[in-house]
Design a binder for this molecule. Structure first.
Ligand code: 2AM
Length: 220
């Protein structure tokens, strides 16, 4: 019915508490700043952006990426009911029961590609109950990746790039990890920086950033 359709949100997900969203944005800015000052990054900067460089050969990555609204980790994109499986997801008991519940998201890494910057979320068993079983297969049908491999918080997208890209980029990292590629670049104090072919960078944190977040629907 029209009423049912209207009740389906744009997406379901966990929404970060304001204070923790600010903290994560700060950590993300620090990550981008460190990355932009790194020699190895600067050497391959043309693979990342064609923007004008500063006197030290650096680029302002903060300007390269634009933020996209309130920080969250999408579980199910529903497109107001138009997306596959939207209704079935919304009707799941665990989804109904979890509405308004607060949980702590474990942020285990930051990553950046020419398209997106994001935070990887390591979902707990409990949180995985809200994760759509086909989320990874939908993007990478031929790769066997653990459930939740796509879980992330989008921190910014380059001009003209759509939000959905961040999760796709993260799955590309996961695929490369599975294949055993990725080079350790250096320790950065709060974690270790890895490069995956010069235009994909990931900082694996030595300690997770913990971000309390509330499960809810977003209606736009
Ligand atoms: P994001 O989760 O990477 O930020 C509204 O567009 C939200 O739904 C955004 O948060 C966006 O990406 C996410 N989104 C958009 N299209 C999507 C899709 N096809 N699959 C999964 N998530 C999507």
């Amino acid at each position: 019915s029209a009423l049912e359709a209207a009740a389906l949100p744009l997406f379901f997900g966990w929404f970060l508490a304001h204070k923790h969203a600010l903290e994560l944005e700060k950590r993300s800015r620090e990550f981008l700043k460190t990355l932009s000052q790194l020699d190895q990054f600067k050497q391959h900067i043309s693979q990342f952006t064609s923007e004008e460089l500063g006197s030290q050969g650096e680029v302002d990555l903060e300007k390269h990426f634009q933020s996209r609204g309130v920080l969250h980790c999408t579980t199910k994109f529903c497109d107001f009911g138009k997306a596959d499986g939207a209704k079935a997801y919304a009707e799941k008991e665990v989804v109904r029961e979890s509405m308004g519940c607060v949980t702590v998201l474990q942020i285990s890494a930051f990553f950046a590609t020419p398209r997106t910057v994001g935070a990887r979320v390591a979902l707990t068993e409990e949180q995985l109950r809200l994760w759509p079983p086909d989320a990874e297969k939908e993007v990478m049908p031929d790769v066997d990746l653990p459930l939740g491999s796509r879980a992330h918080v989008t921190l910014g997208c380059a001009e003209g790039v759509e939000g959905v890209q961040t999760g796709i980029d993260l799955l590309e990292f996961a695929k490369l990890e599975k294949e055993g590629s990725g080079d350790k670049v250096q320790d950065l104090g709060d974690g270790t920086l890895y490069s995956y072919g010069n235009d994909m960078w990931m900082l694996r944190l030595s300690r997770n950033v913990e971000a309390p977040a509330m499960f809810s629907g977003f209606y736009g």
